[in-house]
Design a protein around this ligand. Sequence first.
Ligand SMILES: O=C[C@H](O)COP(=O)(O)O
Length: 251
Amino acid sequence: MTQRRPLIAGNWKMNCLRADGLALASSLAAKASEKGALGCDILVCPPATLLSEAVGVTKGSAVAVGGQDCHAAISGAHTGDLAAPMLADIGAQYVLVGHSERRADHGESSTDIRKKAIAAHDAGLIAVVCVGETEEERDLGATLPVVNGQVAVSLPDGATAKNTVVAYEPVWAIGTGRTASVEEVAEVHAAIRAGLMARFEDGDQFRILYGGSVKPSNAKELMAVEDVDGALVGGASLKVEDFWQIIESCA
Ligand SMILES: O=C[C@H](O)COP(=O)(O)O
């Protein structure tokens, strides 16, 4: 049986002013240090304004910091964007790319996401590539083709289990309180795994996270699903106790 170390990632989205965000990051770092060996890797993705200081307050702890997006170019005239080397420069280790909110709000396509993932890899960052179907696509029975297509196009040929994590987030389950059933999650994760194994030599080693209304009450059952190697958590990652319980669900 393949051993993959789970990753529990918190995506703070456009939340947290400085005091709250740094308190959250510091508390997680302190808890991680106090508890010692954990059963999973921990990642927080604060808004850009807090990235540098979040790296500072989590330094030396088991909590890694990641950006929520990066541009495909390494520098240039792209007002408001962040380049992957800038994230690496301040000590971030990961970056989310292709979150459904970016795909929807900024019209990002899977081709755009692939370019961002390449930029992340070139900068030495681990790209967390997000995919997931809308409610309409699920109702049409198109979940697997949509998700498989997003994975196929969004992941560059240079992706490996070391530089890439896939996050499956059904759009209809994000921030809605509706979670996909364990059967639905198992079906999609198995399909993603099959696609990764068919394409990449180390396809069995990639971590595939589930995201969409993960909370303390459902984390254990979701984390026990075959081919679920952690979670990408939104709302519940903003409260130390809730996020910590999700982390402990991997133990
Ligand atoms: O990136 C995180 C996801 O969009 C999930 O958000 P949520 O846990 O608030 O549903």
